[in-house]
Design a protein around this ligand. Structure first.
Ligand SMILES: C[S@@+](CC[C@H](N)C(=O)[O-])C[C@H]1O[C@@H](n2cnc3c(N)ncnc32)[C@H](O)[C@@H]1O
Length: 269
C-alpha cells in the first residue's frame, strides 16, 4: 500500500502539534511518529488517527496534569513561605500522576534503600521522568545534586525547571525524546521508573539500547507489581525478564520489593 504523501505528512504534523491535547509534545517526537506511521496510511484522516493513538500510549494522557502556569505561580508563593509549604504543594502535584501517587507512601524508604546500595549520588539522570523529580525533597540528596530529567512534554519540563530553580539546584530538566537522542551526560545513576516495558513496546525495542548506551555507574529500573488492567501479579514475569537481560550483560543487581513497585538496582560499570 502506498503511504502518505509529503503534503499529507506535513499537514498531519501541523494538525497534531496544534491540537489542544498534544500541543505540548516535543515536535521531534511528533515528527518521529508521523514518519513511523506514514508508510501505512494514505489519507490525512487515517494517518492523524494512527499518530494520536500512538501518542496516547506514549504520553499516558489518562494520568492528567496540573495547570502548569498556575502551579508555577503557586509554587513560587509557597517557597516564599518555606520548604514545608512547598512540600505540601509538591505532594499535591505528585498525586496527579499514577506512578508518583503510588510512590508517595514509600518514597523516602524507596530512595534510602536504593542509596544504601549505591551510595548517595551527586548526578542523577531521571529518564522519562514525568513528575518524579518533584519528589526531590524526600530523596535525601544533597543540595549540590544535579538532577537531569528527561521527558517529551514541554510544559512539564518548563515547570520542573521552575521548581529546580526554587529548590536551588541546577535547572537540569530537558525536553528530549530518548528514542531519538540518548543522553550524553555522565551520571552516578540513571532512574528508569515504571516505563521500560512501554518504552520497548512504543519504540520498537529501543529501551535496552538506551540503557546500554548510557554513561552511568548505576541503573535503577522499576516495574509495576500489578497490571493496570485486571490486577494480575507481574512479579514473576518481570523478575524473570530482568534476570535474563542482566545475565546477557553480566550485570550484578539487587532486587527491592514494595507493594506497587519492584526495583532492580544494577551496577553498570
Ligand atoms: C509512565 S510515565 C513515567 C513515570 C515516571 N518515570 C515515574 O515512575 O514516576 C511515562 C513518561 O514517559 C514520558 N516519555 C514517553 N516517551 C518518551 C520518550 N521517547 N522520551 C522521553 N520521555 C518519554 C512520557 O511523557 C511520560 O511522562
Amino acid at each position: 500500500m502506498a503511504g502518505a504523501s509529503a503534503e499529507v505528512v506535513a499537514r498531519v504534523t501541523k494538525a497534531v502539534l496544534s491540537s489542544r491535547k498534544y500541543a505540548s509534545t516535543a515536535p521531534a517526537t511528533v515528527d518521529l511518529l508521523v514518519a513511523l506511521e506514514a508508510p501505512n496510511h494514505k489519507s490525512a484522516k487515517a494517518l492523524e488517527k494512527a499518530v494520536r493513538k500512538h501518542l496516547h500510549n506514549i504520553m499516558a494522557p489518562y494520568l492528567g496534569d496540573p495547570d502548569y502556569a498556575q502551579a508555577g505561580l503557586d509554587l513560587t508563593a509557597a517557597f516564599e513561605k518555606g520548604q514545608d509549604a512547598a512540600n505540601t504543594l509538591l505532594l499535591e502535584y505528585l498525586s496527579t500522576h499514577e506512578s508518583t501517587k503510588e510512590r508517595i507512601a514509600i518514597m523516602e524508604q524507596f530512595y534510602q534503600d536504593i542509596f544504601a546500595i549505591t551510595g548517595v549520588p551527586n548526578i542523577v539522570l531521571d529518564l522519562a521522568c514525568a513528575l518524579n523529580p518533584l519528589a526531590f525533597p524526600w530523596m535525601g540528596l544533597g543540595p549540590d545534586t544535579t538532577f537531569y530529567s528527561y521527558d517529551i512534554h514541554t510544559e512539564r519540563i518548563d515547570f520542573l525547571n521552575t521548581y529546580f530553580a526554587l529548590q536551588g539546584i541546577p535547572q537540569a530538566a530537558k525536553l528530549q525524546d530518548l528514542a531519538l537522542e540518548i543522553p550524553t551526560e555522565h551520571g552516578d545513576m540513571a532512574l528508569l521508573l515504571k516505563e521500560l516495558p512501554r518504552f520497548e513496546r512504543n519504540y520498537n525495542k529501543k529501551g535496552w539500547q538506551l540503557l546500554d548506551a548510557l554513561d552511568v555507574d548505576w541503573l535503577v529500573i522499576s516495574f509495576p507489581t500489578i497490571s493496570l488492567h485486571g490486577g494480575r501479579s507481574l512479579v514473576t514475569h518481570y523478575r524473570n525478564y530482568f534476570s535474563e537481560k542482566a545475565a546477557e550483560r553480566g550485570w550484578d543487581y539487587t532486587e527491592l520489593m514494595y507493594p506497587s513497585e519492584m526495583v532492580f538496582v544494577a551496577k553498570k560499570s
